[in-house]
Design a protein around this ligand. Sequence first.
Ligand code: FES
Length: 615
Amino acid sequence: MRIDVGSVAELQESGYLTAKLGTQPLCVLWHEGRAYGIDDRCPHLGFPLHRGTVDAGMVTCHWHHARFDLTSGCTLDPFADDAAAYPVEIVGDRVVLVAEQRPFDAPGALRRLDDGLEQGLTLVVAKAVLGLLAGGVPAREVVAAGARFGCRYRAPGWGPGLSVLTAAAGLLDRLRPEDRALALVHGLVFVSRDTAGHPPRFPLAPLSPPSTTTGPPTGPSADRTGAATGPSAGQGAGGLGEARLTEWYRRFVETRSGDAAERALVTAATTLDPGALGRIAVAAATDHVFLDEGHVVDFTNKAFELVGELGAASATWVVPTLAHAAAAATRHEEEGAWRHPDDLAGLCTAAAGRLPGLLERAGWVGGLAPTGPAADFESSGGPGRLAGEIGGERPEAIVGALEAAISAGASAEQLSRAVALAAALRVARFHVQGDHADWDVVHHGFTTANAAHQLSVRSPSQLLVRGVLHSAMKVFLDRFLNLPAARLPTATDGDLGDLGACMDTEGRVDEAGAVVYGYLRSGGRRTEAIAALGAATLREDAGFHWFQMLEAAARQAEAWPEGSEEAAWVLVAAARFLAAHTPTRRELPQVVRIAARLRRGEALYRDDGEPDPGG
Ligand code: FES
């Protein structure tokens, strides 16, 4: 499109002329006897560039002083995006801007996403995400880009950033459509923060074949799904199978040999099926009680959830990032709380010794699942009743209840679901008079129990049952954090619209729980409650534990029947946890709002120089 923007004389006199291409403001700047066409909205936050300073072939924006090359429009300051430059023709005494709407540049947007991640620029990340989604790039590919970055640029391997990104990815379909981009930005910004200051990771190759490359594909031109770069499952590996690789991986984690553990794990990832790989990772993650406050089990689960999002081929570069974290983890049997006054670690060890025989008698096929129907277990109250027993006062009785459930035919899924419910009730009943830091203690119990439950569905194994035992002991260990216990809500109706107000001021923890409970008890659907909790979380500067809590609560609520008391309690736990930590400064959502307004072509800055409050 050719736009007549004014006369040459006008341009020379004022130094600039302005025009519009659709909603996009443009300007022509006069400098050193030439006319330059460029976007008139600073790509950073929208200041009109014609009001900037033109000097030495650049225009400098007055708001945050980003500099732009007049010829190309590109910025010299990476916190601002490149502006678009346009050809200008002088036709007689008229100035004609030649401007075309530019087609969406997906590789360019992915490059900008990498820039934003690398330099910790939330606005750049937000603009890239919004652009990619608007350009039709599937959210899964945006997640893949963040995952590649997180796996490559954090030497210690898997960390909270990748966990939050995975949680955000897992929540996408449960969120309101207008919240999905925000969730992705939250996850990506966590990856960026979590890699900042770390040297990059140099992934180790599998043992065989020696030429295999296993690092995540690099650069925006790489396969967005993280397509396999190693051999297909079953090839190579020099005759190593699941049993030997399990033995090795457990040994190397036990002896804190991080590199050896990674090499064993990447070999498993390139040669075994995902189920076997999961069992190997779980085995080492549960060889000690509650490694790193349960984070090792949680990270293990999250890594496999990420593989589920990106496709099985991504296991070769995602799962090996777990090895160093597992090898370096704190072992809680070395801590007094797990030894005195009750030797909980000893109880777990003794119970683990009885497990093989117990599971065999219960008819678990190949040690993976019981064969027969769990009629006895169900008729004796099933997971709901077992959860109550796990919340008991004597650790031996809790272990006994779990063993009795196994004998009655309970599956790993049922056992772990019961433990997760008991752990959720610790959060739901945490009293506001408690030490605020203890919210995180009960949170760890719940999110780790949820991880064990998810793993029990994805990669059930005998060894995983030890992890369920550990979580049950953690529920016992946290019993005093329910003294005094908050009353479970009894509301019979509630309006999810009131949830936001509960998060606007401190101290409305019980009210938030009552709103969610009342809504569900009056027939409300849990999908709506989860979406509302998601919206409430995303409008805050939500922390790592918040995302863990929200996603775990969503999955656990869905594990119980619609309309059940159990599902309601789990979501009450999440609502109370969130309300206990709000409000925050809400900076990240504000940045995403700005990015969205810039995308829509809204002016943030009026021509009179005043901020435009916009919508
Ligand atoms: S540098 Fe231009 S708006 Fe910030």
